[in-house]
Ligand binder design. Structure first.
Ligand code: SF4
Ligand code: SF4
Length: 342
């Protein structure tokens, strides 16, 4: 489950597709949502806090944790994704006590492009994490066609400072030209070389993007199937990314198709009605996807190794199930680099 606590953020990252606003969840909203779902929950549930910047709503995180732990037998595994600029030692100690998994978003040498004034604060948060809670966090770095030449040096610097769990993401909302893709390939070869030594020392793979997929099979989006999200405007979706796509456009037919309604509407629907709405998400499988040129993923010889987030792809193509050509190329380049590394 994902709780997007508010639309407020202290950054304005150039690649962020979310729009800022004033909506914020309350503990009453969250309690009602959890109370309704509780009889239907698995024994262990991953509960993720997102924003905006969730540390701007820290009291709400604390209240939710206290409520969930006191009221339910379900084991919650908490996760929180932050830009790190507000992360202080006392927060880290709280997250460690509650055994949170933290995702810290830091773009390495490209951070200056994102928010020049934040570099010192985020690097200090990273040092504190390394010292106080080394097992509890992962660093995620985002690169764009413009900043991709900084990818290998950024990952290398993070490894050198001792951070052991890293991943990178690429901004696929904008086109990647042939030269950008060639730069990506070159950078990934360099990254693979940089990761060899840490892998030899720890027997672990420091870069999540290079992890080998244990089970092969056709990828299906998790939204609405075993994932739900509550948004700051009090609407419920199969995944928060669908709200990013359609949440500001209630007149769009896809809004009605993928939104379960406000919390009250969601809770008043019969199980049958909810199942029928959830079924709309079931069509979002990799073998149903195709490129802008109508090339079908179902005919791709790499189908079982590929997983493209349909909502992310639609941010570029504006149509669900349609994948931009550069996303397909990026997938192939990344998988080839991962295979060489393995
Ligand atoms: S590599 Fe491209 S064509 Fe093949 S499954 Fe992935 S997105 Fe579809
Ligand atoms: S694939 Fe994308 S839309 Fe589907 S659950 Fe994952 S992040 Fe959400």
């Amino acid at each position: 489950m994902t709780l997007v606590l508010s639309e407020k953020c202290n950054f304005s990252c150039p690649y962020c597709p979310q729009r800022k606003g004033k909506n914020t969840l309350t503990i009453e909203d969250i309690a009602a949502f959890l109370d309704f779902l509780q009889p239907r929950l698995a024994r262990t549930v991953r509960l993720g806090f997102y924003g905006g910047e969730p540390l701007l709503s820290l009291p709400l995180v604390e209240k939710t944790v206290a409520y969930a732990e006191k009221k339910y037998k379900t084991t919650f595994r908490f996760a929180l994704t932050t830009n790190g600029s507000l992360l202080q030692k006392e927060h880290i100690l709280f997250f460690r006590e509650q055994r949170f998994t933290l995702g810290l978003s830091y773009d390495g040498m490209a951070q200056k492009d994102r928010d020049a004034g934040s570099v010192g604060a985020v690097e200090s948060a990273l040092e504190n994490l390394l010292r106080l809670y080394p097992a509890g966090y992962m660093v995620n770095s985002v690169f764009t066609p413009r900043t991709v030449p900084l990818l290998a040096a950024s990952i290398g610097a993070l490894l050198k400072r001792g951070h052991q769990r890293l991943r990178f993401a690429l901004d696929t909302c904008v086109p990647w030209r042939r030269a950008d893709l060639a730069a990506l390939k070159d950078q990934l070869d360099r990254v693979a070389a940089l990761c060899l030594e840490p892998r030899r020392k720890t027997r672990g793979n420091p870069l999540e993007n290079f992890a080998s997929k244990e089970k092969k099979g056709v990828f299906a989006c998790f939204a609405g199937r075993d994932r739900l999200a509550l948004l700051p405007d009090r609407t419920v979706w199969g995944c928060d990314r669908f709200h990013t796509l359609f949440g500001r456009d209630p007149a769009n037919p896809d809004y009605a198709r993928y939104c379960f309604g406000t919390i009250e509407e969601f809770m008043s629907k019969s199980a049958k009605a909810l199942a029928a709405e959830a079924a709309n998400y079931a069509e979002l499988r990799q073998d149903y996807f195709f490129s802008e040129k109508k090339e079908l993923c179902s005919l791709c010889d790499d189908l079982e190794n590929c997983s493209v987030c349909p909502a992310q792809a639609a941010l570029a193509t504006r149509t669900l199930a349609v994948i931009p050509s550069w996303t397909c190329r990026i997938r192939r380049i990344t998988r080839a680099a991962a295979t060489r590394f393995t």
